[in-house]
Write a protein that binds this ligand. Sequence first.
Ligand code: HEM
Length: 454
Amino acid sequence: MPPDPRAATGSWAERPAGVPATVPPPSVPLSFLFAAAVGLVGCGVAWVLARSAAANDPTADPVVAAVHLGVLATLATGILGATHQFAPVITGRPLRSVPLARATLISFVAASWMLPLGVATQQLAVTAISGALTGLALVLLAVNLSGPLAARGKGAPVLALRIALVGALVTGFLGIAFIGDRQGNWFALAGHVDLAMGVLGIFGWLGMTYLGVAEKLWPMFMLAHVPGPKRAGHLAVVGVGSGLLLATPGLAWSITVLAWIGAALMTAGLGAHLWSLTAHVAHRRRKADLHLLFVITAASWLVLGAALSLAAAVSVHKDPQVGTSLTAAAVAAFGGWLLEALVGHSYKVVPFILWSALRSRSISSGPAGKPLMFSDLFDRRAAGAAYVSVTLAMAALCIGLGAAAPTLVAVAGALLAVTGVVVAVSLMVIPLRMIRHASSTTAVTAERAGPASR
Ligand code: HEM
């Protein structure tokens, strides 16, 4: 096949044989994922600092800061890394441009740290700049993804990525309106617009991306071939997408009927997602492993989040304080769904990407001289430790917010920070050691061969 001319600026020119022509350079997804791990450390520290505020008022500024270090600097940054990798791979079309992806990373990461810092320190200028940077990052993202996402006939995963892009744009621009509102109540934002933005951000952007890419990743990582048409995955995307169309305005303008119908459609969609997971688990050929544990634990957070949301909706009129605490706990549980899935998939996706990166540097054998395997590239005990710390962290955060217990919120923060460090270190150390070893071996060989070889 002749090379695709569009691949020149949007894909990895030095890729080794066997890697799809549309894949971006490894540094694109890996830099987003590294920034997400740093974001998790920041988010953990922010929860420790916000522990008392979180117990008294989950809408206080230090809490808003911790929430956004979680949803933007960690989850959205990691998910953007996955989107830059998977959109070209799933569609067979490259990004429009690699430099554009790097500009998206810089502007988005800067925005996602400046927003919480500006909110926590009440520096309006800092929040205003973060709004401008968010807008820039999302426009660059839309331009870059417009190439791959224009592909037709690619099923639920691409439909999900398209909806997620719209979700990202709407959430981002609602967030910018919020920032404007903080400057002087410009938009007189009222009702539950903040909750509508939270729901749209979690399900319409971050969750929607997971609903889509999971349909590609689960068959691969579980070695699961589910027979027949992929109805459950499609229903999940359509159910959650159509539910959001009703639930978001319903929440924003307090139209109760609309909010409940939207919530019911979303619940049906999320139920289909769990049905799809059950089918993949039932048809898997790979033995139960840590990835499966991460994925099932993530799904349990989703179920808990739905139960807590229902409890919050029922109790908010009887006791607003209890309703607010339960809403905060529900948001944390949904965060647990996505964080657990992100960390769990990182231990599959990052070694997968690094494996190609190492082969492009002619590193193709593992520690015992055998062919390099994905599992050679990280420490399994550290991955297990990351599972324990992230699961305990989200449990402590959920209970801490639901029961207004500052100590538990602080414990959750400390564990989140530990998870960020463990994940980043355990995924980087072995590959970096291999690269260092390979370059020192090359240098010694060149030295021995003398100047003629250079
Ligand atoms: C995945 C994306 C997002 C999610 C899940 C999310 C979630 C939330 C939630 C739940 C709240 C209410 C917090 C509380 O009252 O304790 C909130 C408030 C806020 N969000 Fe976001 N958000 C997202 C993205 C953004 C973005 C991109 C921006 C700005 C560029 C932004 C700016 C704000 C601001 C300024 C507030 C505070 C509003 C106030 O003054 O009360 N958010 N967000």
